[in-house]
Write a protein that binds this ligand. Structure first.
Ligand SMILES: Nc1ncnc2c1ncn2[C@@H]1O[C@H](COP(=O)(O)OP(=O)(O)OP(=O)(O)O)[C@@H](O)[C@H]1O
Ligand SMILES: [Mg+2]
Length: 256
């Protein structure tokens, strides 16, 4: 019997606003799905010219190679998984789709999902073309008036230009709250959510609290790691971060 090759999903955490968590969630989602949930993941790093995910992989690899403690954990993990770390492919944002497709065509391995770290410059035709070829876009938002205005205007443009165009690959854009101060959302969020709702942009149920954990990388002090391109988020640290809840909700939406 001929087995049908499952379509590889293209997903981006994207917005035009800088510093709201695009790269962080790209890495966290990729590592969670690739190392913990048995999916095959690839990452397209289109963050030209700093290539921040590729740089993170270099730091992670250096830590693992120079520290016997991490070396042993990595050895055991990869032996058990029987696969390598997910590939990180650097590309210009304009060539993102071509780069991803030529990578996928060059390997025997079947990939379930490719995450793209794209800039959100909707006024560049090349970047817009790349965004149009995602299956899903997830946009982190922060409860700050200026950030929110920028993120909502991005989401509205993408919805009008791309999502509503049935001939394009992009199916849905979803917003989610990031860096929520405190355990509970305040009344301010209700006000913002009313306008988000009025614009007809879907918003994820899960919100991500503002917590220093989101910055914790591998380091010489051998503390449990939250954000790494070689390991999934540590079990002890994931509790209360809402990260797992977010990724379960996303996996459900993209039908992974
Ligand atoms: N929920 C959170 N709590 C605390 N810090 C966070 C949270 N989410 C993201 N951060 C931090 O915010 C900073 C910016 O995040 P990140 O680099 O992922 O943003 P970005 O959108 O990719 O930015 P850029 O536009 O520069 O590429 C990082 O230092 C990250 O660790
Ligand atoms: Mg970034």
């Amino acid at each position: 019997m001929i087995e049908m090759k499952k379509e590889t999903l293209f997903v981006a955490f994207s917005t035009q606003k800088g510093g709201v968590g695009k790269t962080t969630f790209t890495v966290l989602a990729a590592s969670y799905l690739h190392y913990l949930k048995g999916y095959n993941v690839a990452v397209l790093d289109c963050d030209y010219p700093q290539y921040s995910i590729n740089a993170m992989r270099k730091r992670d690899t250096q830590q693992v190679e120079t520290d016997d403690y991490y070396k042993l954990i990595a050895y055991n993990q990869f032996k058990q998984l029987n696969k390598k770390a997910y590939p990180i492919i650097c590309s210009s944002p304009e060539d993102a789709i071509a780069s991803a497709n030529s990578f996928l065509a060059s390997t025997e391995m079947e990939f379930d999902v490719v995450f793209f770290d794209l800039p959100g410059t909707v006024n560049s035709a090349g970047v817009l073309q790349s965004l149009a070829n995602m299956d899903y876009i997830f946009t982190p938002i922060i409860a700050d008036r200026l950030v929110l205005e920028s993120c909502l205007s991005f989401a509205l443009s993408i919805n009008e230009l791309l999502v509503s165009n049935a001939s394009l690959r992009l199916k849905e854009l979803h917003l989610f709250w990031n860096q929520v101060d405190g355990r509970e959302k305040t009344d301010l969020y209700d006000i913002y959510e009313k306008s988000i709702h009025a614009f007809g942009i879907p918003l994820l149920r899960t919100f991500i609290p503002d917590t220093k954990r989101y910055n914790k990388e591998l380091s010489g002090n051998r503390k449990p790691v939250f954000r790494s391109t070689l390991f999934p988020t540590d079990r002890k640290m994931i509790k209360g971060s809402n990260l797992e809840e977010l990724l379960i909700e996303i996996a459900h939406i993209i039908k992974l």
